[in-house]
Design a protein around this ligand. Structure first.
Ligand SMILES: [Zn+2]
Length: 198
């Protein structure tokens, strides 16, 4: 039995057929969607996200020319140059939220989904699921992407700006992360973990 997060009405998640969504009978709140092969699709997007993050971290992100000088910047440079300008705290925050938190989220998600899809019981299933719950609340990668768009628009008025390979990889990584997180229905995830734990 599960409770509606909006009004606490009790409902039964085991009765939800494949490719159907459940909404609360009292308040209409979306409760769960049982998609076919959702975990397999989420795992594919998770691996794609990790590969794109590796490309985004190691290739030029922005290239700009001003006053006869050409500068190429990687995502790592954006975090570490803040240390050089005495903004160590801000640099640490950028590094944590742009690299560490999303990479940890995707890695935990990949390990959890791999275990779930294998169908073997494991004491790591609920541990990974709990860690994933915490990491999801710290995932703000889309906010960073919006700030990059705003900064790029401002820079474009001051210098000749080119978008590097990493920029497109980062957009792809953000999309893959959002899609994979949204494909994993929390109710269905815990149902599958409980079924394997029995
Ligand atoms: Zn409700």
């Amino acid at each position: 039995m599960n409770a509606c997060p909006a009004c606490d009405t009790v409902w039964n998640a085991t009765e939800l057929p494949q490719n159907c969504a459940a909404h609360c009978s009292r308040c209409g709140h979306h409760l769960s969607t049982n998609r076919t092969n959702a975990f397999e699709h989420a795992l594919a997007f998770t691996w794609a996200g990790l590969i794109l993050l590796a490309i985004a971290a190691t290739h030029p992100f922005l290239l700009f020319a001003a006053s006869g000088r050409q500068v190429s910047m990687t995502l790592f440079d954006s975090a570490f140059s803040l240390f050089e300008y005495g903004q160590g705290v801000l640099g640490s925050v950028v590094f944590t939220f742009v690299f560490v938190a999303p990479a940890a989220l995707l890695l935990t998600q990949a390990l959890l989904l791999r275990l779930l899809i294998s169908g073997r019981p494991s004491i790591w299933l609920w541990r990974f699921a709990r860690v994933l719950d915490i990491l999801k609340t710290w995932n703000m990668i889309e906010v960073f992407l919006i700030s990059v768009f705003v900064s790029a628009a401002k820079l474009a008025s001051m210098a000749e700006l080119d978008l590097g390979v990493a920029f497109f990889a980062f957009v792809g990584f953000t999309l893959c992360t959002l899609i994979s997180v949204n494909l994993i229905d929390t109710v269905q995830l815990w149902r599958r973990i409980e079924a394997l734990d029995r």
